[in-house]
Ligand binder design. Structure first.
Ligand code: MG
Length: 173
């Protein structure tokens, strides 16, 4: 039984922060970024993918990343966050009832340095491949915070993600 509102697209938002430390690797949107500092984290610290996962889970009302991948679980230590994203995509697009298509994703990364511009295209391509959607549906934007706050002091990185999903084959349920 479905009503017309069940056919409507749904939005989700996600937010994450990771601390930066000298000498650790930096990976964002699945791309390794040359940088003097990297992320302190249980996983590979890909704060952008974590925000994206939360946006997808939020759009489908399936909880949050901490529910699905607790950082107390040794299976997730050092894990490539692309694997977490692939799992979340399966939950949202294959296994859920209803299941959804991903319409688009828009990500904003706040980081003081290094400049991310040279990596944006590869980031979009990488995320599009993991989500099985066209690169044109994936936006990645980067900003500094004009040296203000913890981001501006180079102490951390902050990411916001927004996604839209659309129910698939609603009539069959
Ligand atoms: Mg995280």
């Amino acid at each position: 039984m479905s009503s017309s509102i069940d056919n409507c697209p749904r939005v989700g938002n996600g937010y994450d922060v990771h601390a930066l430390k000298e000498g650790l690797p930096m990976r964002l949107c699945g791309v390794d970024i040359p940088s003097a500092k990297g992320f302190v984290a249980h996983s590979d610290g890909d704060v952008a993918i974590h925000a994206l996962c939360d946006a997808l889970l939020g759009a489908a009302a399936l909880g949050d990343i901490g529910l699905h991948f607790p950082d107390s679980d040794p299976r997730f230590k050092g894990i490539d966050s692309k694997e977490l994203l692939a799992h979340v995509v399966r939950l949202v697009t294959d296994e859920g009832r209803p299941s959804y298509d991903i319409v688009n994703a828009d990500i904003t990364i706040a980081l003081q340095e290094p400049k991310l511009r040279p990596h944006i295209d590869t980031m979009r391509q990488t995320l599009a491949e993991v989500m099985n959607i066209d690169k044109g549906r994936v936006s990645v934007k980067a900003t500094t915070t004009e040296r203000l706050g913890f981001v501006g002091r180079g102490e951390g990185c902050e990411v916001w993600a927004t996604v839209m999903i659309a129910p698939r084959n609603v009539n069959q349920y």
